[in-house]
Design a binder for this molecule. Structure first.
Ligand SMILES: Cc1cc2nc3c(=O)[nH]c(=O)nc-3n(C[C@H](O)[C@H](O)[C@H](O)COP(=O)(O)OP(=O)(O)OC[C@H]3O[C@@H](n4cnc5c(N)ncnc54)[C@H](O)[C@@H]3O)c2cc1C
Length: 430
């Protein structure tokens, strides 16, 4: 804050937003953001600053359910080192390219027919041409082999793309079995957001819902649901764009902001957690990670704390989340246990506790976890969303130029806009 007077207005009765912890019979449950990847430099710095510790994913085999049968696969992270940020980015762009091609081959048969010869090339050759670093090529190849049950040199690109489109959650295979080494904060991510809130002290007002912002040449007046008005020189709106544009602005924000948002889908996510007496999957050498091409839950991770009960977490996303959002938590629990049993066997039906959080139904989030910009929108005007409108600035995960949609993006964007306001305060005479 560096000598500037700041007041933070937060609608919920807690800080953290999409970082959310709760306790079920003393067991920590994280219903929001939980993982950090190696390139998340500012988040890692925050971990150090807050004196927190990180833990990697559980070692062991992962289970893949594809077209009705379950295969067991060794994790390929055993080469003992994380990818560098450059290798991580390389792997990320390779996955995105592969995903785009897989979608094209299924949605555009004319294109597929016209490119038959090119699609007949070995997958291994495509990997070498499209990924630059040997480490990313290696991880891409081994994670894909896990899904395909074949080595990348033995299979044609076209066949791999068809299998890649079958619904198995490739991204999570790449991120965990592919060696991206995601890590989570021991004791919960909320420690980091609370550490940040401590720095704001009593300038933080919880349970204060902002309803509108009025601006003049010199000031902004922020209106709250309780009818309070707070006057300031600048306002920084840190709500996701689809909520930020629901506020009443005077004068109104330009039309292009609303047009851009209309072509952006917030995404739907329900994060579910199942707590068992013990992490029973570890006894048979399993990591608790699975990926499936059907079922309510397509991916799970073991987030058991040392010495604690066994905890598996997974996410319902997209249309499945929208459908299950209407059915309620009990129906989701039944569906999720069925999905787990289809992969891990009847053992998954044993006594457990269940908790989930529906981010679509949450009034102060209304969607998540990453926005989907329609083609061309991000490059056309998406980045402009981060531009201030007069004395009103915008920040948050969805405004970030890098790590858009993630904690690292939210932190970077918030810091950049806070600095931009501080600079303007320096040269601003009311
Ligand atoms: C289930 C799930 C899993 C995720 N997993 C990961 C992960 O593993 N790693 C990762 O990096 N990211 C993950 N994310 C994404 C990550 O949580 C977000 O990118 C990040 O938390 C967004 O931070 P933010 O500050 O931009 O927005 P938010 O966290 O949404 O903060 C916005 C704040 O505005 C408040 N607010 C809303 N409306 C009002 C109002 N009218 N008045 C006052 N206050 C208001 C909200 O209460 C909230 O505190 C996940 C998200 C979800 C939902």
């Amino acid at each position: 804050m560096r000598g500037k007077q700041v007041i933070v207005l937060e609608a919920r009765d807690r800080v953290g937003g999409r970082v959310q912890s709760s306790w079920v019979d003393g067991q920590l449950v994280e219903s929001g953001a939980q993982w950090l990847s190696p390139g998340n430099e500012q988040m890692h710095e925050l971990v150090r600053e807050a004196g927190a510790e990180l833990v990697g994913p559980q070692e062991g085999s992962l289970l893949i359910r594809s077209q009705g049968s379950v295969v067991r696969s060794q994790q390929s992270s055993g080469r003992g080192r994380s990818l560098s940020p450059f290798e991580t980015a390389d792997l990320g762009q390779g996955v995105a390219r592969f995903r785009r091609l897989a979608q094209r081959i299924s949605s555009d048969p004319t294109w597929a027919a016209a490119n038959q010869t090119w699609l007949a090339q070995p997958l291994s050759r495509w990997i070498k041409t499209n990924l630059r670093t040997p480490a990313a090529q290696h991880d891409f190849s081994s994670a894909l082999s896990t899904v395909l049950g074949a080595l990348s040199s033995d299979i044609a690109l076209g066949a791999a793309l068809k299998a890649g489109e079958s619904g198995v959650d490739l991204e999570s295979l790449f991120t965990v079995s592919g060696g991206l080494k995601l890590r989570r904060v021991v004791g919960g991510m909320h420690q980091l957001t609370e550490h940040l809130a401590d720095q704001v002290g009593d300038r933080l007002q919880l349970k204060t819902t902002v309803t509108g912002i009025e601006q003049s040449a010199d000031t902004v007046i922020v209106h709250t649901a309780a009818g309070d008005q707070i006057e300031a020189r600048f306002a920084l709106v840190t709500m996701p764009p689809w909520l930020a544009l629901q506020l009443d602005y005077l004068p109104q924000l330009p039309k292009w902001r609303y047009d851009t948002l209309a072509r952006t889908t917030p995404g739907a996510a329900i994060k579910a957690v199942v707590i068992y007496e013990t992490p029973w999957w570890r006894e048979s050498g399993l990591s608790g990670q699975m990926s499936a091409d059907e079922g309510t839950i397509r991916t799970t991770f073991d987030v058991t704390d040392p010495g604690g009960p066994g905890v598996l977490t997974g996410m319902l996303g997209g249309s499945e989340a929208v459908k299950m959002s209407r059915l309620g938590s009990e129906a989701r629990e039944r569906a999720l246990i069925n999905s787990l049993a289809a992969v891990f066997g009847p053992i998954a039906r044993q006594d457990h506790k269940y908790l989930d959080h529906d981010w679509l139904a949450d009034p102060f989030t209304q969607g998540c976890h990453t926005p989907h910009f329609s083609p061309g929108i991000w490059s056309m005007s998406g980045q402009l969303l981060a531009e201030p409108d007069g004395r009103v600035h915008f920040a948050g995960a969805e405004y970030a130029a890098k790590f858009n949609g993630y904690l690292e993006g939210a932190l970077r964007s918030g810091r950049e806009e806070a600095k931009a306001i501080a600079r303007r305060l320096g040269s601003d005479s009311p």
